[in-house]
Design a protein around this ligand. Structure first.
Ligand SMILES: [Zn+2]
Length: 317
């Protein structure tokens, strides 16, 4: 797994419009707390992740789950006091991080995937569906193009966007082109202190951060029959405690390398400019819930150009 430093290409130059685009997809009302457990059969394989020594010196490495373990039946016995904490126990994860103070904040830090080790000229497209007022539509131009051109992508679906039209979400999940990621329950920045991004208040505790991930994880399991492997919070911001929480819930935090549409505020030409900056192993972020944005027309020009330049679009490994 290749950890790449976020270049913030486009972010610094367009910070104002970026904030405007994400601010409209605010963190919504609470829908409940997580008390359910995920079955072993639907548990994802956790990515190998060794926390930074400087950020996590006092804590043990989170337990990892091998693919073989992920499909093994649940054991009826209770864990011993010395056994690793089971990744499927959200209450235990929340309790383990209660009261911890974060030391890092942002869209890139150890533990967040912002790129991958490519096999040749590969890159991964990701599209967020943020949901909430004014953000519940689907960009049919974009999605239909991906389907027609057999272009794979990871779609990060927020709970509110799913609930606006569950059949639509299920239909996307049924396509082998699309891997479904978790874009949070209320679309909050993932914090344990309520820290805000673009004026959107983050989750306020370890418990709220767990719920933000876990509630939508359960919604997606119910909808698709499988647990998402990847998570990206609303605004894509995390603190370091929250990053550890995501890993311990058996999900991998995903960031991005190319900010293709700045919260669906770019026009088509701007989208093309950003996508043209792709390098092998890049992860792009754009948004699929605003059909009137420049995202669709921009991608319809940028993606064939990238293919002509030898790029292959792949799912995140
Ligand atoms: Zn979003």
């Amino acid at each position: 797994m290749l950890e790449r430093k976020l270049t913030r290409r486009g972010l610094l130059a367009t910070g104002v419009v970026t904030a405007a685009g994400w601010a409209t997809a605010a963190c919504g009302a609470a829908l409940g707390s997580s008390t359910t457990r995920i079955s072993a059969a639907s548990r994802p394989a956790a990515a190998a992740f060794v926390p930074s020594a400087t950020l996590d010196a006092a804590r043990p490495v989170p337990p990892s789950v091998t693919p073989a373990a992920a499909v093994a039946p649940a054991t009826p016995s209770s864990p011993t006091p010395t056994a690793p904490r089971p990744v499927e126990d959200p209450g235990a994860v929340a309790a383990a991080h209660a009261g911890q103070r974060p030391v890092a904040w942002g869209m890139a830090m150890p533990g967040i995937i912002t790129g991958f080790a490519p096999q040749g000229r590969q890159m991964a497209l990701t599209f967020d569906a943020c949901g909430g007022p004014g953000n519940d539509e689907m960009n049919d131009l974009l999605i239909n193009y991906l389907i027609a051109q057999r272009i794979p992508a990871t779609l990060f679906l927020n709970r509110r966007w799913i609930d606006a039209d569950p059949a639509r979400a299920a239909s996307l999940a049924a396509s082998p082109l699309f891997e479904i990621g978790n874009h949070g329950n209320r679309h909050c920045p993932l914090s344990v202190t309520g820290r805000a991004a673009y004026g959107i208040r983050g989750t306020g505790s370890a418990r709220e951060a767990v719920d933000e991930v876990w509630e939508n994880q359960q919604r997606l399991i119910a909808l698709t029959g499988r647990a998402p492997r990847f998570f990206r919070p609303g605004t894509a911001h995390y603190d370091d405690v929250a990053v550890r929480i995501v890993h311990e819930l058996g999900v991998t935090p995903v960031g991005f390398d190319i900010n293709a549409d700045a919260g669906a505020t770019f026009n088509a030409a701007q989208v093309q400019v950003e996508m043209a900056k792709a390098t092998p192993g890049a992860i792009s972020i754009a948004h699929m819930h605003r059909p009137k944005s420049g995202t669709g027309p921009g991608m319809l020009v940028a993606l064939p150009r990238l293919r002509s330049a030898g790029y292959e679009f792949v799912h995140l490994p």
